[in-house]
Design a protein around this ligand. Sequence first.
Ligand code: ADP
Length: 339
Amino acid sequence: MRIKLENLKKTYAGAGGTVTAVNDISLDIPENQIFGIIGKSGAGKSSLVRLISLLETPDEGAVYYNDDRVDNLSKKDLIMRRRKLGMIFQNFNLFTSRTAAKNIAYPMEICGFPKEEIDSRVNEMLALVGLEDRGDAPVSTLSGGQKQRIAIARALSTRPDILFCDEATSALDPQTTRSILSLIREIQKKMNLTVVMITHQMEVVRDACDQVAVVDAGKVVEQGKVSEIFSAPKSAVTKDFLSHLAPETSGKDAEEFACWSKEGGEYALYFEGKKTGEPVLSRLAKKFDIEFNIRAGGISHLAEGEVGKMLVDFIGTREEIEKAVAYLKENGVRVEEEK
Ligand code: ADP
């Protein structure tokens, strides 16, 4: 299902006057892809997704699914159309007192599916999300990642043609986030779904999306293929998002990338605050009889300031390396031996 947004506008009346949450947004969202919409808090993402998913009507503009205009449907047609849309949210929105299977069955019950079809579809959906043995588990006993898997199974039970993911991984830890994103990618391919993924995290765009639109102050400031946006960002907002991306100095990709040196001892060095700018390593090489290879490095911008992480090999005698490590520690660099 292709989605076309034409000059969408939505204004809300707030305490301090009116806010134009969506300010003349036009977008083409291709079918059978994962399309990201990224923006900071207050950028207008949720307002935009409420318009695309037909939860609200725009003040101006139009929404098309393929060639059908859908923002001005009659109430009855709107209800039928909305049944073919799946949604998952940050806080899962599951019935915690129901079992996993009963949650998945719920939208099919509302749509009046026959009981046998519901039962077989529930099992099919449980298998799809890798939880075939957890159907009878009350939702309250499941982990966050498992809850989101059940929410995905529920969203897809009625065979929707569009899946909306609204900050779907924001409440999950990085590892669970990765597993949920790879599940969504897998399902998208298997079911030929159009997925619209709303997020404030560039990691989510990097790991899951084919294309992305960057939204700021109710407008699209940049859009394109994820690979293009990452290699040549144009807007200041996009550059800012990319600068906050955690460096991949751990994990499989970083290990492959950094795997060019096998000599010597491997160390992770953490530079905090002002120390990120000091030439500690070059001083180290002058002071001690060691050489070093830099394997990977980057800076994370944290709430408390900047932390630089660098993976290095120190090559030299054990004694010299120990002296060098002690020197680094004296200079406020945290040192961890990796191997
Ligand atoms: P995001 O999802 O990117 O954080 P939102 O779409 O929630 O952004 O909000 C965009 C702007 O619109 C904000 O200034 C917000 O306060 C305002 N807004 C959103 N929804 C409403 C509403 N229902 N009533 C009043 N103001 C709203």
